[in-house]
Ligand binder design. Structure first.
Ligand code: 13P
Length: 261
């Protein structure tokens, strides 16, 4: 395995996925606390917040003029029309989101989103000018059947099939083993690093070596202040996508700081 000469150019990236939590006031207060922490000069970590869609507008305004970015947790695979209850990528962009999560395990496994649908969502997001954080990861049954690489590879290549590498410069990838999400079970740094290195290699086959050296691959699944530093010090782990611990400043802010090299 060659060294990663471009590792240094990958700015660490810590993101908070708030899922279906908080109310309007709690969302604004949490964003304000993260903002205050991140405004110091020279943080050296990119920080994204993914609030519930309904609070995006207000969280974007709370973060305006700061280094924080704000994104949506999901978008519709269609641009517009008779799709009751959906939110389009263009609507997310319209209220100031700069990014969107696509293919989160809860979308795949709770809502049954399939690879073809996720591919359509990636296209919608790119058309709307949003950066995409593509989430991939295996279930415990798939890991035990030694299918982790196959599953992650299929999820990655099907979501990005036929998309020109030039359109993917703002893509990031989040590896979130389903068995580690919200369970308190974390992939060990070595387990996560092995999958990240595999995914980076696979991505090189899709977009070329330069794109693969530049893409940030985040780990997600029970990231906490006490395991963040070990995970983030792995050569192919460029950041963390944090669920539960992103809802409390006393847990999330130390994880951001763990991203500082
Ligand atoms: P937890 O950090 O709560 O395990 O959630 C991870 C996740 O799903 C982030 O998208």
């Amino acid at each position: 395995m060659p060294d990663h000469p471009h590792h240094a150019v990958r700015t660490p990236f810590v993101a908070g996925n708030w899922k279906l939590n908080l109310d309007r006031q709690g969302a604004v207060q949490l964003a304000a606390a993260v903002r205050e922490h991140c405004e110091g000069a020279g943080l050296g970590v990119d920080v994204d917040l993914f609030p519930p869609a309904f609070y995006l507008d207000e969280v974007v305004r709370t973060c305006a003029g700061s280094p924080l970015l704000v994104g949506g947790q999901n978008c519709c695979e269609e641009a517009s029309g008779a799709f009751t209850g959906e939110t389009s990528a263009a609507m997310l962009a319209d209220v100031g989101a700069s990014e969107v999560l696509i293919g989160h395990s809860e979308r795949r496994h709770v809502y049954g989103e399939r690879d073809e649908t996720l591919h359509a969502k990636v296209l919608q997001a790119l058309d709307a000018g949003l950066a995409v954080m593509l989430c991939i990861g295996e279930t415990i049954a798939e890991r035990e059947a030694v299918q982790t690489e196959e599953v992650c590879g299929r999820q990655l290549s099907s979501a990005l099939a036929g998309i020109a590498p030039e359109r993917l410069t703002r893509l990031s990838i989040a590896y979130e083993p389903v068995w580690a999400i919200g369970t308190g079970l974390t992939a060990s740094p070595d387990q996560a690093q092995a999958v990240h290195a595999y995914v980076r290699g696979l991505y090189a086959g899709l977009v070329g070596e330069d794109g693969a050296a530049a893409v940030r691959i985040l780990y997600g699944g029970s990231v906490k202040p006490d395991n963040a530093r070990d995970l983030l010090s792995q050569p192919d782990i460029d950041g963390a996508l944090v669920g539960g611990a992103s809802l409390k400043p006393e847990l999330f802010l130390p994880i951001i700081d763990a991203g500082k090299s």
